[in-house]
Design a protein around this ligand. Sequence first.
Ligand SMILES: C=C(O[C@@H]1C=C(C(=O)O)C=C[C@H]1O)C(=O)O
Length: 363
Amino acid sequence: MSAGDETTLADIRQRIDSLDAQIMALISDRAACAQEVARIKREADEQAEFYRPEREAQVLRRIHQSNPGPLDSEEMTRLFREIMSACLALEQQLSVAFLGPEGTFTQAAALKHFGHSVKTVAMSAIDEVFREVESGSAHYGVVPIENSTEGVVTHTLDRFMQSPLSICGEVELRIHHHLLSTERDLAQVERVYSHQQSLAQCREWLDARLSHVERVAVSSNAEAARRSAREPGTAAIASEAAAELYGLGVLSANIEDSPDNTTRFLVIGPRSSGPSGHDKTTLLLSARNRPGSLFALLSPFANHDVSLTRIESRPSQCVNWEYVFFIDIVGHAADPPVAGALKELREAAELVKVLGSYPKAVL
Ligand SMILES: C=C(O[C@@H]1C=C(C(=O)O)C=C[C@H]1O)C(=O)O
């Protein structure tokens, strides 16, 4: 490097220092605005809602769409996710219950959705996450819904049948599995712990690289990491967060057989979200037990041009009805086409429960 390069570097670093000072001043201005918003909300209503998922989704969408580069839009949006999280924490420190233990993918989903300025509280079962939010001990909860890793979808769906809570958000998370261990060498690994689903999702890799090694299924990936940390000669298949938390090294990264393995989570809270412009609605429906009843449930959506993105049937836990249907549709319950479909549906169905309208996941 020449003396000229050194001078240029010094100049650029000086510019970076000055930009950092400006960024800090701007973030502080933004934080002061959030405090002002909090004051106004508190004055208007003692039980004020500080967290506004629809507003946050709109802010993040705007950032995602208007990012000029060179930073990737996802990266820029993540930075703003954290700025907003810190601003909201000035208004109110949120507590978010999640399906634990510490280091699970559900915790990663909670932090992805709310940012790192919330307090996450580990629960040992989905039912406990619901109860923690129902009792008001936690403000919000995060539970897996379409989960290729923990295999608990039906549990979450069934719990909605008896819960007064609403869905106020969704989170999508790319699932990467890593082989974690305190050992430095694959040859030292004699046993691998993980959740049964994760073992299945890494089967080809395990067959190729660790075919001789015992595979032991445990209750969660985080539990696998916890055990492996205490037992020499073992490894766990789990997330990067679990590696950090339990002091394990990454022996081999991204060992999942299918690289685009995504899991969806729901955010549950006392009420659903306001309209953000790009929303989804989840409904719980049951039909009268007679021929053509499923058709009667679905035709109102077609009549009002509302798209269905998912339909799931579950045995009802009631004597009156045989099955209930969980249906995801595009749009907010307050959007005219959805409102029209719901009105028509209420005449045809035995039960129509709007589990929640919420912004489509931005990140
Ligand atoms: C500032 C507000 O409150 C919270 C913080 C937000 C932010 O920092 O941008 C956005 C929505 C709310 O969760 C608001 O309601 O506008």
